[in-house]
Write a protein that binds this ligand. Structure first.
Ligand SMILES: *Cc1c(COP(=O)(O)O)cnc(C)c1O
Length: 395
């Protein structure tokens, strides 16, 4: 029997593969240090938990409008006004089952077969697959490490074709932690205007910025930019709510309507209880976000120093998010206990087997001489894991 050709081309996530092997080792009682987490290691704050419990007791357990409840749309509009000085009306907002579903919706809403979306490399693993699922074509732009792999005008021009429909921006970015400055965003926004492209701005890590105080969204650059940008956001990372599955998008009313129509048939509304919890997340006390950021910064600084002190490894200090991409190119081509290290997948497998340290191979992000370390794990584990990693590469 022949199944869907499209589905058979979708690659399974490499991230999940190593993580599940590591978790299995942990349950088998092996002392394994896991640097694979793609989610904060903190609990969802109490006030948010309580809002969910209250929502259940009030009977908010039925279908809601497909694109989400009014209370949460109002809270989202408030967030954009307060944090970003961006004015949206409720008809410009959709709430989905995670930011991931917003991204899936938008590609379905804007792409025709063969339409191209420009994606910077290294990229978040799901972008290419979601573009392909919508019959689009991801076109990669490889930046330079010195520039945090960010877009430049030259690189964008090189990727442009008559089929280009949109540019995907992720700032702060997963996996590099790169943050775009206002000037860098201006270049992208001018380019989008000149070629009439849609800007998709994944801002899920907005609150995780370490050294500069102000975040700039590309929607802030100009009126034109505001009109052609769809912002993707959510509560998963900011409030340690990954399992609750609430994401949202804001932008052009017509595109949002198309996304809502698609969602109304695929999943209908996102979880009703989680939507009420998200209202509290956005409107309630924000202390937990500050505490989490402070802790992440301590961990980031520790890892960056240790990695750059080791002459076999190097990394760029990430400006945001909670990942560090470690350059392992000096390890490629080496033979360790009879195993030739050809790429980051080989390296990740060897270090998991030999040292019981789980790292994510950069191959999943299109960067085969890197491994990704997440610092969403305790400082104690980080110290032990980094010690093992460095001892391993130095021998
Ligand atoms: C985690 C993540 C998302 C998805 O988050 P949801 O849990 O689906 O809201 C989207 N983009 C990037 C870059 C991420 O790392």
């Amino acid at each position: 029997m022949i199944f869907s050709k499209k589905a058979e081309q979708i690659l399974p996530s490499i991230t999940l593969d190593i993580n599940s092997r590591a978790k299995k080792m942990k349950t088998d009682g092996i002392d394994v240090i896991i640097f694979g987490a793609g989610e904060p290691d903190f609990n969802t704050p109490k006030n948010i938990q309580n809002a969910a419990i209250e929502a259940i007791k009030r009977g908010c357990t039925k279908y809601t409008p497909a694109s989400g409840i009014d209370e949460l749309k109002t809270a989202i509009c408030g967030k954009f006004r307060r944090d970003n000085n961006l004015i949206y009306t409720k008809s410009q907002i959709i709430i989905s089952t995670g930011a991931k579903q917003c991204i899936a919706n938008i590609f379905q809403a804007i792409l025709n077969p063969g339409d191209e979306v420009i994606v910077s490399k290294p990229y978040w693993v799901s972008y290419p697959e979601l573009i392909r699922l919508a019959d689009g074509v991801p076109v990669y732009v490889s930046g330079r490490e010195e520039n945090d792999f960010k877009y430049t005008k030259e690189a964008l021009s090189g990727a442009l074709t008559p089929k280009t429909k949109a540019i995907l921006i992720n700032s702060p970015n997963n996996p590099m932690g790169a943050v775009y400055s206002r000037d860098e965003l201006l270049v992208i926004s001018d380019f989008a205007k000149a070629h009439d492209l849609i800007l998709i701005s994944d801002e899920i890590y907005e609150k995780f910025i370490y050294d500069s105080s102000k975040y700039t969204s590309i929607a802030n650059i100009s009126n034109d930019s505001y009109n052609r940008t769809i912002i993707i956001h959510g509560v998963s990372k900011t409030y340690s709510m990954t399992g609750w599955r609430i994401g949202y998008a804001a932008g052009n009313e017509k595109i949002i309507k198309l996304m809502s129509n698609i969602q109304s048939h695929t999943t209908a509304n996102p979880n009703s209880i989680a939507q009420y919890a998200a209202v509290e997340a956005l409107n309630g006390d924000q202390t937990s976000v500050k505490l989490m950021l402070k802790e992440f910064k301590i961990r980031r600084d520790y890892i960056v120093k240790k990695i750059n002190d080791c002459n076999m490894l190097s990394c760029v200090k990430p400006a945001g998010a909670f990942y560090i991409m470690v350059n392992i190119s000096k390890m490629i081509g080496k033979v360790i206990d009879g195993t030739l290290i050809n790429n980051s997948i080989d390296f990740a497998n060897v270090i998991l087997d030999k040292e019981k340290v789980a790292v994510i191979p950069g191959d999943g992000f299109g960067a085969s001489s890197y491994i990704r370390l997440s610092y969403a794990t305790s400082i104690g584990s980080i110290k032990e894991g980094i010690k093992r990693l460095i001892t391993f590469v130095e021998n």
